[in-house]
Every structure is written in structure tokens, then in C-alpha cells.
Design a protein around this ligand. Structure first.
Ligand code: ZN
Length: 218
């Protein structure tokens, strides 16, 4: 199948790679119909991800159709349209039980290796999804692929950033992922980052950005 990989330094390439297959009874294989490009892709692209394996298929935001499910997958069937969460979590460790699945002791991120265990991503024709019942959310017919893509990472990240800032969710329009939380006239936008350069890189002309210490998770 065809997939997107990191090529020469600073470039990506489309290459032929082996098709994924079920490796665990909890796995599913998804035929990708839409995938997004994220700023997180820039770190391996620019060689800033220690230990990154350039054979890793990029992409942690994707939508598709279930092609195959493992014997222990309970809530999914072939042919269902699904969106996939960007990270994998086991649902059983202390972090997961405390509603912090992104900090799961067995976490991995689609499209990454090195800093996480390698897990091929969704900028490909097919992708293997571990713990499929947790990672894949069936989609209603009324929701298009491009709408559903926002559920993989962008919208929940922006939502969590606003919630963690202590802002009134009915007022603030977003922070961490502004592509999902674009400002509207009359709305406030809060930027939270310990790095002033990062805030300034993403600021709009009418947005006041200020540095803020990292959120302390309870
Ligand atoms: Zn966990």
C-alpha cells in the first residue's frame, strides 16, 4: 500500500510499505478515507524526535472504514465508518482510571516512534488500530469525514486547554489548537504556553498572548 514517510531531512515522501494486519485480538484494521496533517508531524520531519524510525508511517488524525476486526473486539464491525483517537491507552492503569488517558502507562501515538513505542499512523491506505474498542468511535452518516477529523485530536485538545485554563467554556473560544477554535468577533482567545515564542508564532493581530506556567494536573 501507499503511505507517507519522512524522507530526506526536512521532506516527506509517498512510499510502498507492507499492508498492516491484525497482531492482537483487540486490534482492528481501518481503511483510511481522510487524514490530517498536524504540527506534531513537524518534529520528526525536522529530526527533533529522538529515536524516530523513518519507516514509521506518519499521521495521528484519520477517519476511515473498519476493514477487519480481531476476535476480541466487541463494539465494531467491518464496514463501519469511524474516527480514531490520536493516542492509544489501555483504560486500566492509574492514569486512565483518573481520566488522563493521554498519560497512560501503555500509551502510544499514531505516526510516532522513538519517544513512544512505534505505531504506524493514518497517512496511509490502511492502518492497524490497537485496542480498537477504545480508539475507534463509530460515526453517524450525517457527519462527514472532514468534520469527524476534528475529533481525533484538534477539538479535544483545544477543549481540554480551555477547560484547564479555568476559562468559562461558554465564552472562551479556544487556545491550544486554534485551528479548531478560531476566534469570532467579541470572543476572547486565551493562549497558554510557557514559551513566549510559541505564543507569538501563533498570535492573531487582535489576540493578546501572555506566557503562563504549565498546567499542573491533579
Ligand atoms: Zn492506561
Amino acid at each position: 500500500m501507499r503511505a507517507v514517510l519522512v524522507g530526506e531531512p526536512g521532506t516527506v515522501k509517498v512510499a510502498d510499505v507492507p499492508e498492516p494486519r491484525l497482531l492482537d485480538p483487540l486490534d482492528a484494521v481501518v481503511q483510511v478515507t481522510a487524514a490530517a496533517i498536524c504540527g506534531a508531524d513537524l518534529f520528526p520531519l525536522h529530526g527533533m524526535t529522538p529515536g524516530f524510525d523513518n519507516a514509521t508511517v506518519l499521521g495521528h488524525e484519520f477517519v476511515g472504514t473498519v476493514a477487519e476486526v480481531g476476535a476480541s473486539v466487541l463494539g465494531l464491525r467491518a464496514g463501519q465508518r469511524v474516527v480514531c483517537s490520536s493516542t492509544v491507552s489501555d483504560g486500566t492503569c492509574g492514569h486512565c482510571r483518573a481520566s488522563r488517558p493521554a498519560q497512560c502507562e501503555r500509551r502510544s501515538l499514531f505516526g510516532y516512534s522513538g519517544v513512544y513505542p512505534r505505531l504506524d499512523g493514518g497517512q496511509a491506505e490502511l492502518v492497524r488500530v490497537p485496542m480498537a474498542d477504545r480508539c475507534l468511535l463509530p460515526l453517524p452518516d450525517m457527519m462527514g469525514d472532514e468534520q469527524a477529523l476534528f475529533l481525533a485530536d484538534i477539538l479535544p485538545t483545544g477543549f481540554a486547554a480551555v477547560r484547564n485554563s479555568g476559562a468559562d467554556l461558554s465564552d472562551a473560544q479556544g487556545t491550544g489548537c486554534r485551528s479548531a477554535a478560531g476566534p469570532r468577533p467579541g470572543h476572547r482567545v486565551r493562549g497558554r504556553s510557557p514559551l513566549r515564542a510559541r505564543l507569538q508564532a501563533g498570535r492573531w493581530p487582535d489576540v493578546r498572548a501572555r506566557t503562563h506556567p504549565p498546567v499542573q494536573h491533579r
